[in-house]
Design a binder for this molecule. Sequence first.
Ligand SMILES: Nc1ncnc2c1ncn2[C@@H]1O[C@H](COP(=O)(O)OP(=O)(O)OP(=O)(O)O)[C@@H](O)[C@H]1O
Ligand SMILES: [Mg+2]
Length: 506
Amino acid sequence: MRGGWSLRTRLVVSAVALIAVVAAVIGTVTTLALRTYLYGQKDEQLQGVAQRAAGPPQGEPGGGPRSPGSLRFVTSGGAPLGTVGVQILVDGSLGDGAVSVQQESDALGPRVMDRPLTGAERAALADVPRDLEPHTVAVPGLGDYRVEYRPGANGAFLVGVPLDEVHSTLGTLVVVEVCVTAAGLAAAGLAGGVLVGVALRPLRRVAATATRVSELPLHSGEVALHERVPEAEADPGTEVGRVGAALNRMLDHVHSALHARQESETRVRQFVADAGHELRTPLASIRGYAELTRRGREQPGPDTRHALDRIESEATRMTGLVEDLLLLARLDAGRPLAYRNTDLSPLVVDAVSDARAAGPDHVWRLDLPDDPAVVRADPERLHQVLVNLLANARTHTPPGTTVTAAVRVSQCRSGVVLEVRDDGPGIPPGLLPYVFERFARGDASRSRHAGSTGLGLAIVHAVVTAHGGTVDVTSTPGHTVFSVRLALVRGEPGDSQTAHSAGTRV
Ligand SMILES: Nc1ncnc2c1ncn2[C@@H]1O[C@H](COP(=O)(O)OP(=O)(O)OP(=O)(O)O)[C@@H](O)[C@H]1O
Ligand SMILES: [Mg+2]
């Protein structure tokens, strides 16, 4: 498939094909020119023999009178070996014919003799036009001839000289041309492959740089985008260099854009952290003063009491919100967690006990393994994950809902799954894809009334991701499951977190 060829192969094949075409043209022209030249020479030779056949020029020394119709000219006077001569009788029909041949004779060495033409040989010559022009004729058994009709003093003759010398010369030339062309093409293919490979090396370097960049994690965090095409491959004077230079310019822009994004993210995060810090103290003051006023000596009226209750509850809610925002800002900034080997079972037992105390109208169940499920985690943060998931199962479901907290170790003992299931009404389908996003809430008005902010699952997601785990949710009416997957620590718990009480299995 041509489309699948590499640029290198295509360039080399094109160059070799071009050279092959040029070599073929040169070879053909050379062969044709040589053929014309050799035929010319043969025709001159033919003229000489024909002249001798027709009769010697006046006064030629040693020419001697010859009997009319004699065929001796085929073996004498420099006629080439294989010369043929045929008498033409007065009525135009063919008379005797002879061809010169070489005969081996032991005593005298090779000798040129003539022998009579066979019927087939004479028949082949009979058709030659009698127009005094040389014609090419194939004589069976003797090969191709240049044959001419020549009348003269000795009578009329058909005289022919063999073309086998011409054919063998042309044949040798064609063989040499083909061999030289084949060797040249092979050499051109090899040299072309090497040269094109060297010429394309900068392009490969540019591609390698682009590949390395594409493998960098650019989507978040501080990105060290220091990959660049080497200076030697970014010379704008060459085609490949222009690609390299353009890629480098693009990488500079991407780097500065990512840097700007990171800076603005850091600023926002810092702002949220600072604002959270600053808000903590006034919020604590508001709560404190509200409580002081409520418990003061002067008994407030019912309206004031109600207002103070509202001030206290809203201040408490706002404190929770500020704490959540601070935690998210810290997790976003990649603050290190306090990792310890932590057994999940006691953690789950404690969290469910607390949840049962907070939601006595729900049915709380535990489903724990017999062996410890030890993970490398920050126990406080994991506790928060559990608290958030259990709080959701409590606050977003009606009383009487059964909530099950389960811990399962995967079959290959490489991971552990922490599940919180409930048979409540489920998460609205429109919300499900965004449920882990910040400030994503179901029924906004109801949730706000219930003091919800929509940060609970965002914190779950951030904490689990910081632990290198994953969290998923599936939800249909009557069956909502949050699954947190974490890596299991193999072997003994070691410094396992066992501070939590065993708790009661509910
Ligand atoms: N178990 C559940 N059953 C039904 N809906 C749920 C459940 N868990 C979460 N949701 C829905 O997902 C939304 C987002 O939950 P998330 O915990 O992030 O926020 P929240 O509970 O509203 O507020 P916060 O937890 O910050 O007080 C909720 O508002 C609720 O609509
Ligand atoms: Mg919640």
